[in-house]
Design a binder for this molecule. Structure first.
Ligand code: GLC
Length: 433
């Protein structure tokens, strides 16, 4: 028992040491947080040389490959169909307000012209062009925010301190050099935040690689977060570490679960006051996987978006682009479907907060000013009781603004929904006095 208390104490002390202590977000950052919270829909992109193997982004680790053999894929990477403008136009058309792109994943390959290592898109591929530069230009032109995923893990570099992954890829353990690796990362982050204009967020991943270390691992996050905020005060910092946010972080991330839920098994953190984001795959894998055609339907994605907004969070929905630079046709179809829906119902999603009621088996609610949007995605009866506070002025069908019959209760109202149309999300607008 004593030992447990001691280890909890020690890890708490270590965590405090790691955080950006006394962090007060700059005014630009506070503004960016609010903008982010209003975005509600983002597109996550996992793209790298792993796309050529078409087995997802963990192939190097999962197949126990030798890292130098794996890296030969770089010399064949030629995404001749990549068109940043077209990608971004498709994301915008889907109603997304930001994209989060893998600048460097766990396999250590950098998708920009980094001076810190030749293992990058410009030096090591026949393609030879900077992907981040093209995306940044397209995003800035089309006014969509560019966020960058950045892996803390590196399965390629020998200076990265071994955690619990990437142990069988042929590295020499004696070459671990944390200070060297740490400054490599900070130099890379400096490039990303200096050479590509405004970056909306840095999205870290891989913290959990060291969650089983015998003594707590110090990632020195505080200094790293401070560097980011110094270079771009409005840049949001998020970390997919699955635990409560540290000072210095500006958004809270939930992987494959809505805030407060834990079907994935690792989401035990509490919901903070920071803007929230849930990331999820369209099919099953983040990076392109040839065998995984099990895509969620457009209706499933709409319901997911609605339930995420009902929790007050953004949905960051992932696509794994193909090695040739195209987005998979099914993903494009889903983007189109989302866009059509958002053009009609966006008002009930963008700029909203989580609604007055918790998510229900029948759907979710979102709130904007004196309006509550009731999203009915799965109603089993024709009567719906809504235990609301406040005096109701109007109850309308969102789409055609026709009044919906209702009765007042002691607390809230009961809706009569005899003629409810069969749509993926029947939205009712309640205006309060
Ligand atoms: C997990 C996976 C990683 C993926 C991330 C996205 O951390 O390890 O491959 O990029 O989830 O949320």
């Amino acid at each position: 028992m004593k030992k447990t208390i001691l280890s909890i104490l020690l890890s708490t002390v270590a965590m405090v040491g790691m955080a950006q202590e006394g962090y007060v977000p700059a005014p630009e950052n506070v503004k960016a947080r609010q903008e982010f919270a209003d975005y509600k829909l983002g597109i996550f992109l996992h793209w790298g040389i792993y796309s050529q193997y078409a087995q997802g982004e963990w192939y190097l680790q999962n197949a126990n490959l030798d890292r130098n053999e794996y890296a030969k894929a770089a010399d064949a990477f030629y995404p001749h169909r990549f068109n940043a403008e077209k990608w971004v136009a498709a994301f915008k058309d889907a109603g997304a307000k930001y994209i989060t792109f893998t600048s460097r994943h766990h396999d250590g390959f950098s998708m920009w012209n980094t001076k810190q290592s030749d293992y990058n898109i410009v030096q090591s591929t026949p393609y030879g062009k900077d992907i981040i530069a093209q995306l940044a230009d397209a995003c800035h032109k089309q006014d969509i925010s560019l966020h960058l995923y950045y892996s803390h893990i590196d399965w390629m570099r020998e200076d990265y301190p071994w955690g619990r992954t990437g142990l069988n890829v042929g590295k020499d353990r004696t070459k671990i050099d944390w200070p060297h690796y740490y400054s490599f990362m900070n130099n890379q982050l400096t490039e990303l935040l200096t050479n590509y204009g405004k970056i909306g967020a840095i999205w870290f991943d891989g913290y959990w690689d060291h969650d089983s270390d015998p003594t707590p691992f110090d990632w020195q996050l505080g200094e790293q977060y401070a560097l980011i905020h110094k270079l771009q005060p409005g840049c949001l910092v998020g970390n997919n570490h699955h635990i409560n946010p540290f000072p210095g972080e500006d958004i809270q991330i939930f992987e494959r679960d809505l805030p407060g839920e834990n079907t994935a098994g690792w989401n035990t953190s509490e919901i903070s006051k920071l803007p929230l984001e849930t990331c999820e795959t369209m099919n099953g894998m983040w990076g392109y996987k040839v065998a995984d055609q099990n895509y969620k339907s457009t209706d499933d994605l709409i319901r997911l978006l609605v339930n995420t907004a009902g929790k007050g969070a953004n949905l960051l929905i992932n696509i794994g682009p193909q090695a040739n630079g195209e987005l998979p046709a099914i993903a494009l179809d889903r983007l189109k479907g989302l866009g059509e829906w958002m053009r009609t119902y966006g008002e009930t999603i963008y700029g909203t907060t989580g609604g007055d009621l918790k998510n229900q088996p029948w759907g979710a609610t979102t709130r904007k000013g004196n309006k509550l949007f009731v999203h009915i995605t799965n109603l089993q009866s024709s009567v719906l009781a809504l235990p609301l506070n406040g005096k109701v002025a109007k109850v309308l069908s969102f789409l055609d603004k026709k009044p919906i019959p209702y009765h007042s209760m002691n607390k809230g109202i009961t809706l009569e929904l005899d003629d409810m149309p069969k749509v993926v999300d029947y939205v009712i607008e309640i205006e309060f006095k």
